[in-house]
Write a protein that binds this ligand. Structure first.
Ligand code: UN1
Length: 508
């Protein structure tokens, strides 16, 4: 281990110590944590076993039974305290996110801010969780719906938002009266340990949190499989690839469990003739290159109207050529590393396929002088003659495929002609184009934006997408309903027993 490596490992350990993580949780195990920033080892964690997972489910089930009868606004108090602890830990946890996921300082802090925001949102919700009162056809009756806690919720998260996605799920699940078991990505276990320690501080201040209400299982795929297959896990909320979702979704469905899937995206922007090109340029640059192209919401396809392509495309290429790529911890670089060598190989493969399909590639080279064991790349912009080959797939890397269009209806069709349906954006100042894009006949994605990019959604809206993105909705709006079960109640306060639909059943 050379000195540079030692420095980063020591920093991660110091952050974890300050956040209250027991050193035994990050030393001596066989799961090796690495920072994509340098490729160096940052910790060794014990793997949870299948038996640990089974025990966790039983503890969570008992915790759920105690928690579900705590009034929701009181449950909200726990999440309010979690938000407070996250505020206090923002700098440290944000730094750890940057170390472990390779995000810029600003994006690492932004991820923790998402956690704080969803806590605030959930606290407000804890005094709502509304059901309807519905007009009944029978005299002297009242009909209403009640939302009850659901059960044990498994949260399976990905490396790219290693802590925010847990928070979207956990903050809602906890105010909804559920217990949570978290299986983080094996690539980001340290941020999970830190988050769990922050939760423990909030739980301690709250007092009376049932044991095992929010648990963490650092482990491999076998742990995920136990959670997915257990009939005691009411909801499996899984974020990751479409390939993973194709396995998880049917398994949970086969036992009539509930799943909430946030899978791949192949998000596109459309630049119309009337677009504000300065604004579009900035939005496209952040959408395609931010987080080194490793957001579910990253912009991966761009359709530019042929009347503005000659102006916009050279400006995009200039931005791509000048964007700073570098160590996110020691520089102001806007683009940090890819998560690992497999991500780099996937990028190389996609660019090769694009070239074979007639694509003209700008950028995409590996940058080797930042850290020899890490995988830094220059973002790639690929001018494609048509939407074919790799353009149809999500490659989790900074590649933007650029195509031109002439006809609005045809571009909407092309926009929707991919498997994924997460996020989308149109750049226009034409009211008709804007409304068409947002209409039933427009973008088929769960997120459709106007004059902003595809990424960087606020927590207040429902987050998720259609088709191969999996159909789940997390975070804001009424996504909380996925974490509760709905009961319809009809109450007869009359002295008669009229039957619905006018049915007569007189036993005399
Ligand atoms: C993800 O990439 O899994 O909208 C989540 C965004 C972020 C969340 C992305 N707020 O880009």
């Amino acid at each position: 281990m050379n000195a540079k490596h030692t420095t980063l490992a020591i920093e991660a350990a110091a952050l974890l110590d300050r956040l209250g993580v027991d050193p035994a949780a990050r030393t001596g195990g066989s799961l090796i944590a690495r920072s994509p920033v340098t490729g160096e080892e940052t910790g060794r964690l014990p793997f949870a076993s299948v038996a640990d997972a089974e025990a966790a489910i039983l503890t969570a089930e008992a915790a759920f039974k105690a928690w579900r009868v705590v009034p929701a606004p009181r449950r909200g108090e726990l999440v309010r305290l979690l938000g407070e602890e996250l505020r206090a830990a923002k700098a440290e946890l944000g730094r750890l996110v940057s170390i472990e996921a390779g995000k810029s300082v600003s994006e690492g802090l932004g991820e923790v801010q998402e956690m704080i925001d969803i806590c605030d949102f959930a606290v407000g919700l804890s005094r709502q969780l509304y059901g309807l009162t519905i007009a009944t056809e029978r005299p002297g009756h009242r009909m209403m719906e009640t939302w009850h806690p659901l059960g044990v919720v498994a949260v399976i998260t990905a490396f790219n938002f290693p802590v925010a996605v847990w928070a979207w799920n956990a903050a809602l699940a906890l105010i909804c009266g559920d217990a949570v078991i978290w299986k983080p990505s094996e690539k980001t276990p340290l941020t999970a340990l830190a988050t769990q320690a922050i939760f423990a501080k909030a739980a301690k201040r709250f007092g009376q949190v049932p044991e095992g209400l929010a648990q963490l299982l650092v482990g491999a795929g076998d742990i995920g499989a136990v959670l997915v297959d257990s009939p005691k896990v009411a909801l499996v909320s899984a974020t990751g690839s479409t390939r993973m979702g194709r396995i998880v979704g049917p398994k949970v469905a086969a036992r009539f469990g509930r799943s909430l899937l946030e899978l791949g995206g192949n998000n596109a922007g459309i630049v119309c003739p009337s677009a504000d090109l300065d604004m579009a340029l900035r939005a496209i640059a952040f959408g395609a290159m931010g987080t080194a192209g490793q957001r579910c919401t990253t912009m991966r396809r761009l359709f530019v109207h042929e009347s503005v392509a000659a102006e916009l495309v050279p400006r995009l290429k200039k931005a791509w050529a000048s964007v700073t790529v570098g160590n996110p911890l020691t520089s102001q670089a806007l683009v940090g590393p890819l998560v690992d060598g497999a991500a780099y190989d996937a990028m190389v493969g996609a660019l090769e396929a694009a070239r074979a399909a007639g694509g003209l590639v700008t950028g995409g080279e590996r940058v080797t002088d930042i850290a020899p064991d890490a995988h830094y790349v220059r973002p790639a912009l690929v001018e494609m003659p048509a939407q074919v080959g790799p353009v149809l797939e999500e490659t989790f890397a900074p590649i933007l495929y650029v195509m031109t269009y002439s006809d609005f209806d045809a571009v909407i069709e092309a926009h929707n002609a991919v498997g994924a349906g997460l996020s989308s954006a149109i750049f226009t100042t034409d009211l008709r184009e804007m409304e068409m894009f947002l209409s039933a006949a427009g973008s088929d994605c769960g997120i459709a934006n106007v004059n902003i990019g595809t990424s960087g959604a606020e927590i207040g809206g429902a987050f998720g997408g259609e088709k191969e993105t999996g159909g789940g909705r997390e975070s804001g709006s009424d996504a909380w309903r996925a974490y509760m079960r709905q009961a319809t109640n009809t109450i007869n306060y009359s002295r008669d027993l009229p039957l619905a639909q006018g049915v007569v059943f007189d036993i005399g």
